[in-house]
Design a binder for this molecule. Structure first.
Ligand SMILES: [Zn+2]
Length: 423
């Protein structure tokens, strides 16, 4: 086992070196050190044992190719082989990001549903970009994700196991996040990553595992053989409508019992379909990342501020009531945006594009409490065209009225229309 000491200099492939400052933490694979690279603080992951040349070459090639998106804390430099091992350099994780596992244990919680949705969107986009680059993730688990509970921003770490699709890193992921076909011995690919993505999203929304119900609780001791059954050959979704053998257990799976009925119906329907026996057996029919992205956007379009209690609530259009105070929410004012419908209530923030930053805010007109306004939170000017054909520009931070029939040009790609249902 190789360890490094304060002040040691470690040479990097293609020149330069880092200086060891202190240990930040250690795990099964290696030790993470705070290091100095050209006066910049960075993290160095140093492997306990010297892994084989194929692993080294893959890591070096990932460094060359660069990060697929800003969601990844990607290897920036790789060291030369020395002192019986090697390692790689990455950016330091900022203080305000916490391990996903902390959210599952309720040690940390999202500040808002808006932050939760932002995290889901960022994870989805990260996976989409990873697959676009031709990679598969391989070793996915709740220790890989770090989340800012206030904003929902996500950093995906431990990307040293990212491999081109069709290749196997030799490091087995944790069974809880692996697709059944990988538990059975298959090679990870984008289809198995899609399964892992739906597990991560389920846990993000409901804070329990989708396959851990009565069957797992009844298990005397989790051996490898049992793992292969519960997450592989005999996996049963806890809310499988046709198989109630693995229902969540009261007192143990409280999070999902509480949240399952409260979160929007389309989310429940999607998970029931994605975790159905058919979908578990047919990896190629699993939902693609883009469609998860659309689903999350559509949930976010129904997430509004309740005008009565001021809390966030998802709106079920069949029964538009606040999930906190139970009172009826007036959702007659809407923004039609292509196929999407965004509900407009005072205080609600709107996400027009997919960059995870609010683009508009709904406010009340101080002169007329019955009239809503839309504030431009972007850096671009919008255009607003009235039904009579008058065109006005809405500068950044300026407000425009929420009036029936006004067409809004947010940018070249996004044009919407305000609809007030009773007019
Ligand atoms: Zn309310």
């Amino acid at each position: 086992m190789s360890e490094l000491k304060f002040g040691e200099k470690i040479s990097l492939l293609n020149g330069g070196f880092v200086t060891i400052k202190k240990e930040l933490g250690r795990g099964g694979q290696g030790i993470v050190y705070l290091v100095d690279l050209n006066s910049q603080p960075k993290a160095l992951k140093w492997y306990h044992n010297s892994l084989d040349q194929a692993f080294y070459n893959n890591l070096a090639s990932n460094v060359m190719n660069g990060a697929p998106s800003s969601a990844f804390l990607w290897p920036e430099r790789i060291t030369e082989r020395q002192k019986g091992s090697f390692g790689y350099v990455m950016a330091l994780r900022p203080q305000n990001y916490f391990e996903f596992g902390n959210f599952l244990l309720a040690k940390k919680s999202f500040k808002s549903f808006q932050a939760m949705m932002a995290a889901a969107m960022k994870i989805c986009n990260g996976f989409m970009m990873l697959h676009r680059f031709g990679y598969s993730y391989q070793d996915l688990n709740d220790g890989n994700f770090f989340i800012d509970p206030d904003t929902g921003d996500v950093l995906i770490c431990d990307n040293d196991n990212v491999m081109p699709q069709g290749e196997k890193s030799g490091i087995m992921g944790k069974a809880r996040y692996m697709a059944p076909e990988i538990v059975a011995g298959g090679i990870p690919d984008k289809y198995s990553d899609r399964f892992s993505l739906s597990v991560i999203l389920f846990m993000l929304f409901y804070a329990n595992h989708p396959f851990e119900g009565a069957k797992v609780v009844a298990c005397p001791c989790m051996t490898e053989a049992y793992e292969k059954k519960f997450y592989g050959s005999e996996a049963v979704f806890i809310y499988d409508p046709n198989n109630k053998t693995n229902l969540p257990v009261r007192g143990i799976h409280q999070n999902v019992i509480r949240r399952w009925p409260v979160m929007p119906a389309e989310l429940r329907e999607t998970f029931i379909r994605e975790f159905s026996p058919e979908m578990l057996k047919n990896p190629q029919s699993r939902m693609i990342e883009q469609n998860w992205g659309k689903l999350i956007a559509s949930l976010r379009d129904k997430l509004v501020i309740c005008p009565h209690c001021g809390e966030e609530t998802f709106i079920d259009e069949a029964k538009p009531q606040c999930m906190n105070c139970g009172r009826d929410v007036d959702v007659s004012r809407r923004l039609k945006l292509g196929l999407r419908t965004l509900l407009l209530t005072n205080g609600t923030r709107l996400f027009i594009d997919y960059d995870n930053t609010p683009d508009a805010r709904v406010a009340v007109n101080p002169q007329d409490r019955n009239m809503l306004l839309l504030q431009n939170l972007t850096k671009e000017k919008w255009t607003a065209e009235t039904p009579s054909g008058k065109v006005k520009s809405v500068e950044p931070n300026e407000f425009m009225p929420v009036k029936h029939g006004i067409k809004v040009g947010f940018n070249a790609a996004n044009k919407g229309e305000i609809i007030i249902n009773n007019q």
